[in-house]
Write a protein that binds this ligand. Sequence first.
Ligand SMILES: Nc1ncnc2c1ncn2[C@@H]1O[C@H](COP(=O)(O)OP(=O)(O)OP(=O)(O)O)[C@@H](O)[C@H]1O
Length: 371
Amino acid sequence: MNQFASPPEWASHVDVRGLAAQAAPQDPMLEVEALCRRFGDTPAVQDVGFRVVRGQVTCLLGPSGCGKSTTLRMIAGIEQPDSGRIRIDGRPMCDTGTFLPPERRPVGLMFQDFALFPHLDVAANVGFGLQGPAADRRNRVGELLERVGLSGYATKYPHELSGGEQQRVALIRALAPRPCLMLMDEPFCSLDNRLRDGVRDAALDLLRETGTTVLMVTHDPEEAMLMGHRIAVMRKGRLVQEGPPQDLYDRPADRGVAAFFSDLNTLAGRVSGGRVETALGAFPAPGLIEGSRAEVVIRPQHLIPSHMDGAPARVERARYLGRESLIETRLEPGGALMKSRVPGLVLPAQGSLIHLAVQHGAAMVFASKDS
Ligand SMILES: Nc1ncnc2c1ncn2[C@@H]1O[C@H](COP(=O)(O)OP(=O)(O)OP(=O)(O)O)[C@@H](O)[C@H]1O
């Protein structure tokens, strides 16, 4: 994706800090309504709407091809929607009869394959989008380099930097003109695990310190939970659920959203008397139709093995994973395969009989797709 071809036009005439200071904290910085985009027969984005509150990080999460990047690109102005509305800081970017090009939108962009300018040194890269007196620009560049621990790097060239250092420079280059909104597409994806944690923490600290509003695309649920005040989950071009990370984890809208965050144990049953009876007990099924088919879904860390209480199960395999143990059992007699994750070293013998109980309130009940 291309960088601003010239300094962003808005940077010269908008006092972003002034606007942010006057606005109420709960005001949306970004409002997206009924956004749609087709590519031939592919409905890449369908009727997507959400808001990003000022100063917060929202992560757009979903599997490959679900329309995350297309949504982000439409907000950046790089892709034109078929229909829908986008407002940033209360100003229309895209509406009937309005379409602002990327350079007129108050956004900073950071993408995984977003190269620095190879012929410019670090200071010139960071200062690229800045306007105003040279001394002010120099100060701003110096301040940002210091914030990400790269003070001595101003005169180095991109090829002299590690991958992690390049990403930090890319981040502060995008932040330098104080954009209203940072748009980040898998920004840490190209870094190896060890580097990724460090760069991500540095980015998170800087974004929080500067109170920057961020919309970030990721396919990694752990990254979304780590970075996001809110998460918006997309599937097949549609927004399935949006909310704080704990809501999505504890109260997912459907089995698909639940499955995004961990392995799942699933038991099928029928709703009777407002409950679903299973081998692991009966669970409330509020809102589901009497007699309909339902699925009871339990995360492995909520399925607790014990010697005494719960449904009998035979141990098929137990492995120590470092911080926790993974125990695979089969419900007796001859039932479904279940997975439990327990903290520490817990390795019951293969073939031994144990019992499984569901942590109180942790079972999730959904209507079966074919009910
Ligand atoms: N320029 C294009 N021309 C044709 N089809 C496109 C184009 N851009 C995206 N698509 C299609 O639109 C759908 C959504 O793509 P998009 O890149 O938005 O998904 P994504 O969720 O960001 O995926 P990934 O995580 O793999 O980047 C996909 O089916 C993709 O093949």
